[in-house]
Design a protein around this ligand. Sequence first.
Ligand code: LLP
Length: 419
Amino acid sequence: MSDFHYQQGSLWAEGVSLEQIAEQFGTPTYVYSRAHYERQYQAYADALGDHPGLICYAIKANSNLGILSVLAQLGAGFDIVSAGELERVLMAGGDPAKVVFSGVGKTADEMRRALSVGVHCFNVESESELDRLEAVAAEMGVTAPVSLRVNPDVDANTHPYISTGLKENKFGIAIERARAVYARIADSQSLNAVGVDCHIGSQLTELAPFLDALDRLLVLIDELAEDGTKLKHLDLGGGLGVRYRGEEPPQVSDYLGAVKERLAGRDLELVLEPGRSIAANGGALLTKVEFLKRTEEHNFAIVDAAMNDNLRPALYQAWQDIVAVTPSNGDTESWDIVGPVCETGDFLGKHRPLALEEGQLLAMLSAGAYGFTMSSNYNSRTRAAEVLVDGDKTYLVRARETLADLVRGESTVPAKDDQ
Ligand code: LLP
């Protein structure tokens, strides 16, 4: 049984109908399938097999504590990019020793916290960051485990906003500089080189760029060995794509099969940081049609979810399927599915062939990654609820925000005359 499927004329997540979820929790609501997250994580763990290494779920894709706890229970590692993400991992029961800390702007406080809980390593993105990490580790009297994120300068062939491994991007250290930087690490009392990593982009649908990057990293690893630095692990980042609409991304098993083949005979642990490929197709954004509005140019369906709930269409012109929860037999027309936010860019989908009525429920599919995590309170909209389905059980893993949540920490100021 697929995680989201039609049964009795209506869309279900595992053993619960989305109609029931809308009735119980309201809309808009993100709905997640536990089985999906488990299966996708397990595909990576199985493909890694007995090769030593870690599957570190990139929690920026979906950082809800419910999801993180499901993955922590399976023994997952985590890729984090902030102190907030680190605290989420700890709250969800994740093991800090399986955490890799990525990101270009780590603060000294974030480094301190990560060193004190004992993360697996810091994926260091610049020489200035290395200086800061060395100073923080020295002050704490500890040694910081370091992996340099190198920029292998390969074209991931994806949307420019989510391509990260080119020279022109802000990420990583140029691969030509890497040897000199590892030499600097070798000279430090407070730094220990444990690995090397890269992340060349997201939503990749071909293996070739991953394997190109891997080959470049292996050349570097051999050069470092000549210099006397023996690395324990190689981290290829995340980036494997998913099917939103007809894409045919490689299978996890084919990807890791090809990687492991190249690693054969080497004593190198393999670390991966998948986000989207674990999360995207495990979630749907459930929304209700408020109004139907026909103009000369377009038919607009105004729904109660908006760009603040899912920014991907507005930001990347991303396409995600939108389906009726209970399809009717009415005439299909072409609809632009738009939200209530005051921006022309506020749309979830354009030109969608659907038979719609006011009050009807729609589901935006493939919304389990970079959906809720990129949501905001723009237009003072309270953020959606999140519900995790497990078989025929539902868990409200994030309550819908209230007006009190919306203004928490804000205050008014007295009138001028009262000052
Ligand atoms: N590791 C690092 C260092 C990353 O920067 C990312 C994603 C990942 C791992 C996970 O990549 P994934 O397996 O999910 O492709 N908001 C965009 C995607 C941004 C990806 C940023 N980095 C979107 O909605 O398409």
